[in-house]
Design a protein around this ligand. Structure first.
Ligand SMILES: [Zn+2]
Ligand SMILES: [Zn+2]
Length: 142
């Protein structure tokens, strides 16, 4: 498995996807995920809240009112999912599982969904759903 600039063995890739930080780094480097997001309210760069998996901004803003005679300080709150607008948004599978599904999909010959599900311990119901998704959106890869 390779792309421009890096080469992966299947095993190394699978191991890497188990590490949340390494996987995020990989996905950012490959432009799947964004590493910066700008606050809708102050347009400054958000900080990353790793625990809650959010881009957040809660800066204080001082606004002058009454013709500049009074200053009011407000703390605003802005947050956006780290994966908003990507494949990983609102998925039932973890990022690790999604990346493993994709890599197995690219390597195994057709028909592969049942094999992928067995490999990743995905149950029957989710496997059927996966078959539906993969046969539609990824059929271009066949
Ligand atoms: Zn690469
Ligand atoms: Zn802000």
């Amino acid at each position: 498995m390779s792309c421009r600039g890096c080469v992966w063995t299947m095993t190394d890739f699978a191991v890497m996807t188990a590490n949340e930080d390494k996987l995020r780094h990989f996905l950012v480097a490959h432009h799947v995920l964004a590493d910066v997001y700008y606050c809708d309210q102050c347009h400054m760069e958000c900080r990353i809240d790793k625990n809650r998996k959010l881009f957040r901004c809660d800066r204080r803003e001082t606004v002058k009112v009454h013709g500049g005679r009074t200053k009011v300080t407000k703390r605003h709150s802005f947050s956006k999912s780290l994966v908003a607008g990507t494949w990983f948004d609102k998925q039932k599978f973890s990022q690790t599982t999604i990346c493993r599904i994709c890599s197995l999909w690219l390597i195994l010959p057709h028909p592969r969904t049942v094999l992928i599900c067995r490999e990743l311990s995905i149950g029957k119901k989710k496997c059927d759903r996966l078959e539906f998704i993969l046969s539609g959106s990824l059929s271009i890869l066949d």
